[in-house]
Design a protein around this ligand. Structure first.
Ligand code: NAD
Ligand code: MG
Length: 374
């Protein structure tokens, strides 16, 4: 691996991808961020990319004053993210959060680029479109999400054997063991305190509601071509077993490691090679691993994801967009924790359903969901 285009470089995954780039001398051809011009400028000074793009056009002036005269081509706006994703390069890393990651993901695979994907939302809204283009172009889609990276690794070397079941592990988030009653009084500060992972705000709240596992269930179905019923969610609070696969003969193959996203990010960049990493090695001495059934009554988002997947068409897109809006409102203190699934469920009943899915339908569905939840 010689070079990468990194979208969402200022976030949790993005900054860790740059740690990996530094460790392995991977050239960074392009960097992009949503609105954090200050950090983007510092990253550009350190990694000297050819292109730097900021999605938020109002921050373009800051970018220009920080980086002009340095021989870097500066850009802004959503369309430029798609142009960067289509640049000739070894790998496009998509570490954008939310549905904004879909169009660049599509652009990367349409250009025949290998896509290392952290942005699970793009598979939730348009998994069918993205995976069919990956097949058509004969390119590669490599998951960065730790559970999906684990499953990918467990499936390596399976020959023609189909998995019987995917075991998708979940930490359970900060509210594991809480009853519906207890969840009525939780606040933002509690939801943002994840026990095992240090991540961006949106995915941290998704982990607290367990919608993250719902999104990951849909992500797994598209990535590994399995039926939803073949994916079992298992709560494993220690986040040591990152997921597993059960085969017909009863063998269960799992992948373990310390909870450090730099392991799956690095593998997505260096596969099939395994190189030394910044992560702490795992010592099994003193480790206890426990497993529980998820509480789908207290955490209804997993069920919402399952029913959206079953309904198909634009329903996962409605669910995903409604979740993104509801989480945003929760983070702005406009919604309580328990109102998040209520809002999503309401949107799923009220936004126009389409059996078919296309880029235009996704755009229209997102617009309508936004309109109805305003
Ligand atoms: P984050 O909020 O820390 O970072 C998001 C990045 O996207 C930032 O660089 C931000 O500037 C950029 N961005 C935000 N809005 C944008 C927009 N409208 N257009 C363009 N860029 C925009 O998020 P994160 O935790 O790094 O997560 C990124 C993605 O990776 C998410 O889809 C998340 O579900 C997935 N993921 C994250 C982790 C983790 O450990 N953080 C683990 C697994 C999967
Ligand atoms: Mg995950």
């Amino acid at each position: 691996m010689k070079d990468m285009v990194l979208l969402g470089s200022t976030g949790s995954i993005g900054t860790q991808a740059l740690d990996v780039a530094k460790l392995h001398n991977i050239k960074v051809t392009a960097l992009s961020a949503g609105s954090n011009a200050e950090l983007l400028i510092r990253q550009a000074e350190e990694f000297s990319p050819k292109y730097v793009c900021i999605a938020d056009e109002s921050k373009y002036r800051d970018l220009k004053s920080g980086l002009s005269g340095k021989g870097i081509e500066l850009m802004c706006g959503k369309e430029c993210l798609c142009a960067l994703a289509a640049l000739p390069c070894d790998t496009v890393v998509n570490a954008i959060v939310g549905t904004a990651g879909f169009a660049p993901a599509l652009s990367a695979v349409s250009a025949g680029n290998k896509l290392a994907l952290a942005n699970k939302e793009s598979l939730v809204v348009g998994g069918e479109i993205i995976t069919s283009i990956v097949k058509e172009k004969g390119t590669c889609l490599f998951p960065i999400d730790s559970e999906h990276s684990a499953i990918f690794q467990c499936l390596t070397g399976r020959g023609n054997n189909k998995p019987k079941k995917l075991i998708l592990t979940a930490s359970g988030g900060p509210f594991r063991g809480y009853t519906s009653e207890m969840l009525k009084t939780v606040d933002k500060a509690q939801a943002l305190k994840h026990p095992n992972w240090n991540m961006g705000a949106k995915i941290t709240v998704d982990s607290a509601t367990m919608m993250n596992k719902g999104l990951e269930l849909i992500e797994a179905v598209w990535l590994f071509d399995v039926l939803p019923e073949q994916v079992e969610i298992v709560v494993h609070p220690q986040s040591i077993l990152h997921s597993a696969v059960e085969f017909e003969d009863g063998s269960v193959i799992g992948q373990m490691g310390t909870p450090d996203m730099r392991i799956p990010i690095q593998l997505a960049l260096t596969y099939p090679n395994r190189c030394p990493s910044c992560a702490k090695p795992l010592s099994l001495f003193g480790v206890t691993m426990t497993f529980e059934k998820p509480d789908e009554k207290a955490f209804p988002c997993m069920g919402l994801a399952r029913s959206a997947l079953k309904k198909g068409g634009n329903m996962p897109c409605i669910m995903n967009k409604a979740n993104e809006i509801a989480v945003g409102m929760f983070l702005r203190d406009k919604l309580s924790f328990c109102e998040i699934p209520e809002k999503i469920s309401w949107a799923m009943e009220n936004v126009g359903f389409s059996e078919k899915i296309s880029l235009d339908i996704i755009t229209e569905t997102e617009r309508e969901t936004e309109e109805i939840l305003k």
